[in-house]
Design a protein around this ligand. Sequence first.
Ligand code: ADP
Ligand code: MG
Length: 798
Amino acid sequence: MSSSVDGTNIGVTIAPTIKRLDEAVVNRIAAGEIIHRPANALKELIENSLDAGSTSIQVSIKDGGLKLLQIQDNGHGIRIGDLAIVCERFTTSKLRTFDDLSTMSTYGFRGEALASVSHIAHVTITTKTKDSNCAYKASYSDGAIIPAKPGGAAEPKPCAGNNGTQISAEDLFYNVPTRRKALKNVTEEYNRILDVVNRYAIHNEGVSFTCRKVGSNTPDVHTTTSATVVDNIRHIYGSSVANELLSLEKSYPVYPLKIKGWISNANYSVKKFVMLLFINHRSVESPAIRKAIEAVYATYLPKNTHPWVYLSLEMDPRNVDVNVHPTKREVHFMNEEEVITTICEAIQDRLGDANVSRNFLTQSLLPQMSAKSRTDDGSKKPASKVYEYNQVRTDSRAQTLDSFLVSASPYTISNSSSHKRVKVTADPSDSAYGVQEMDVDSDGEQSDRDDLVDDDENTEGKGTPGSLLNKIGQFKRDPLMKSSENGGSQRHGRSSPNISGSQKKGSRTNHSGLRVKAPRVEVKLTSVIQLREEVKKQGHPILTPIFANHTFVGILDNQRGLIQNELALYLVNYEAISEELFYQICLRDFSNFGFIRLSNPVSIKDMVQMALDDEQELMEKDEWPEELTSKDEIAQTVANTLVARKEMLKEYFSVCVTDDGKLTSIPLMVKGYVPNLEKLADFLWRLGSEIDWTSEKACFRTLARELAIFYSTQPERVEDPFGDSHGEESQDEDDSAMDHDKKTPQEIQDAQFQHMISSLIFPAFKKHFIPPKALIEKSGMVVQVAQVKDLYKVFERC
Ligand code: ADP
Ligand code: MG
């Protein structure tokens, strides 16, 4: 590397001399930090005018404030003696000692605003105090008073004028070219100025504000001294907002805190959140408050729409830190979190009270803030307290809506026994349809079945097949067809002996209840621990407590149910979400499942063949495509695969497979819950095709997933047992349809299914479920439908 003659060669480090910056430059930099754009300067000037007790403030603007920013007020004015130093840094009539800094309740208190403006613009002040005979005019540059004309004296000149002060800032940023260049769009700057004027106009009832462009006769904003806050809102933001406003006024002596404002109700929403926030009468930003208020409204407004909020907070100035931001725009304050919670609660209460007439809105979920309750005097109440009138039903042990709908449930699920009957369907070619049952137990010692309700199979025996079990019945090789006691036939393929015959009914079985608790196996497998961690990590932060603390309200249909949390009612797609529930149970209870024993072992190979038959049907092929491995071969492979892994399947998942390829048990995941066995064949086929056996973690993950798909809730289908071929007999159906008391088999089936969901699945959701973000983000999984107290009011009126 070559050195140049003057020694400023590249690569050789020479310590640069440190120079003291020119004071004017320092001040200019400081000014630039305070005044970013014309609107910042105007805000400071308006605050000064208000501090001076003005009732009239007139703003004139040229070129977005860059050419001219002028403000005229009728306040107390500046004494002539002060005019010489008014633009110096740290000169203020409002602050004397450091202690004052924290107790100042006037707007400005650092004495920096005027000085800053004078460093980046040509400032002229004309002012007249009440007791002065005339007005005085002075010009300023870089914080100092300067002669109005070159060569003149640097002192205020007497002139004519009204009481009050006029301050003009011309050629803003004339000496900061980079900033000047950045502010090219004068329209945008003007709009920002209007925004500042609008905010202060609304906040200052009794003060008349005018803002106009120089040369324009009609002002863009003009409010009068007699106008109310709402008048001003109407004037500036229009009637559509003004007509939908709720007033807010509350005091909390403990902080102390005073909240005042006007907020839009639930009928009003806009694309962009408009928030006018004042703390101690200064327009400020608080992202934290903004976010929290948005969250409160999210439960009321349609998705992606926002409220209009004007909020004035008064608190002890000592608790407010305005100096976090040079422009004093963004503030922080003491007890921020608690104060925000209090504010949100006040808004929430107001919205709730006013909600009687609101339009019904459905929206995707964005749950409300879980507000800590605070009484008006600020004393704390228990955090989760929901006012009684807000609740439809507060005790989860109380009856649920759907318990009124199911008069006699065929299921008796008690804590002491996991017995349950599962109805499966019989062959459609049979003339009558028996109900088959299966013993469902957890592993262990003997239990009796006294708590098993004796089904009236004559009324409920019209079950019909779902496709896979249907196929079981259709299996030509089926030698195990049995007749039921009621004259119907119970059929099950030899491959599905899990469906035990009626010989089991009422007998005492060797299966156990859950009374003896085996010690829990502690799982140390890293793969499982990691998978569990993933579940936790992917949990939705807001929905998790909603599920954990919900009160079950009722079942809507075979996919959806209603839950309540705090004041909100949510529609939950339990069918879809239950898959996730079972996936999590698979991981949580890994190695610790009970067993659902199949009374008669099922041939895996036969089941898989049935599933393949289904596949073939889906492919709309009469024959299994020749180019594919034969069904028999596939089925055998799947069976072999599972037999080869039987130890693992049993130990970890309670899936028991015999050496000759029969399935004898599946895991008991939720006491009393048996998956829809119509899905069993598919499950076994997928165990062969979908499991990644190559790595431990992938294997457990995919296995848990397949079990979850199998166990996810799905009602059994009840089709017209006579199908199309019996279309002529529809007359009978018509007759029965006229008999209103008689429920169709489908209705009975659905009622049983839904009862099972409400008594088993929703409690399971409550227990350990962590709703994953990804799933919930899909639309329709969890939808907040209403605020409970609105519904309550509807009921009240009935
Ligand atoms: P601060 O407002 O923090 O005191 P400023 O630089 O904004 O500092 O103003 C300096 C001083 O100028 C104020 O303290 C006040 O005495 C005086 N002043 C500024 N504007 C006005 C006005 N419009 N009417 C009366 N006095 C004013
Ligand atoms: Mg000021």
